[in-house]
Ligand binder design. Structure first.
Ligand code: ARG
Length: 293
């Protein structure tokens, strides 16, 4: 897919930890510093704006404390000209392409009501919205688990905790793209975006301990450069939930010293941001935004 230039974020006034649906949330109910959370969210928004991205805001809703993690409710896509397997940037000018979102079916009951708000946001700006399938017990958590490989009609599909592997053949068929499923094995890394961040067409930042050996082999086969973040930074600081929006700058939780060294040696510029209030809910930079065209 061509690189998206627009960023969606959800305002944090209702962000909180009110239940536990991943291991990071345990012990943090009622523990959010709202002032700090607001400042951290504003700093992330400013970081995107400083890199010349347009940030659009959906207001958070009362009673939906995880809505701020707006990567999870949809999977935005472009409808590729038929017969074009690989989309190069000029051939794939998003202006001339139809756009859509696959709607998630959230795993946790507490988050299910979030999806319709994002469906409406995308429909209002001209996207088609595709419900996933009719079986409501099958779950899919959008760009928490399904991540585009830049400039290819190729989707990496995490499964095992939140997303059901059975959704990927449906998505592959509906969008006409190849999907490479990756099984996740460690509950701390419950979404693919907690252990796998595609930095550019050749480079991915991963925590290898979150994958099965065959998944790891596939990653190493398709990416020329695989940067392996150390366990302490991946687990406690969500180093692999970093986001590289422009192929160069990497927005990352502050304090990931070894990971930043890897990024610098590979020619990237780490931009450190404090997302400590959001780490208590099991998310960091990558989950707090949705990119779209
Ligand atoms: N508390 C949220 C949940 O467990 C955090 C989601 C973070 N998002 C992500 N893409 N990793 O659903």
């Amino acid at each position: 897919m061509p690189a998206p230039k627009r960023v969606l974020m959800t305002s944090p006034e209702h962000f909180d930890v009110e239940y536990v649906i991943n291991p990071h949330m345990a012990g943090h109910i009622g523990d959010i510093d709202k002032t700090a959370a607001t400042q951290q969210w504003e700093a992330l928004r400013d970081a995107y704006e400083n890199l010349d991205f347009v940030v659009e805001i959906v207001d958070g809703l009362a009673g939906l404390p995880d809505m701020v993690f707006c990567a999870n409710q949809t999977l935005p896509y472009l409808v590729l000209p038929s017969g074009n397997d690989v989309v190069s940037a000029p051939a794939g000018d998003p202006k001339n392409m139809n756009k859509g979102v696959v709607l998630s079916q959230m795993f946790a009951r507490e988050r299910k009501r979030e999806v319709s708000r994002y469906a409406r946001f995308f429909e209002d700006i001209g996207y088609e919205s595709q419900p996933l399938c009719t079986n409501t017990s099958t779950s899919f958590e959008g760009m928490g688990d399904a991540l585009w490989h830049p400039f290819r009609s190729l989707l990496w599909g995490g499964y095992g905790f939140r997303t059901d592997v059975a959704v990927y053949p449906l998505i592959s068929e509906a969008l006409g793209v190849r999907v490479l499923p990756l099984e996740l094995t460690d509950p701390d890394f419950y979404h693919l975006d907690t252990c796998f961040s595609v930095l550019n067409e050749e480079t991915v930042l991963i925590f290898p301990g979150a994958f099965q050996p065959d998944g790891l082999a596939l990653i190493k086969k398709l990416f020329q450069n695989v940067l392996e973040s150390p366990e302490d930074e991946a687990r406690a600081l969500f180093s692999c939930n970093a986001h590289c929006p422009d192929g160069k700058h990497v927005l990352i939780q502050s304090g990931c010293t070894s990971t930043n060294g890897l990024l610098l040696r590979a020619g990237f510029h780490p931009v450190e941001l404090d997302t400590s209030e959001y780490l208590k809910a099991g998310g960091s930079v990558f989950c707090m935004k949705q990119m779209f065209w």
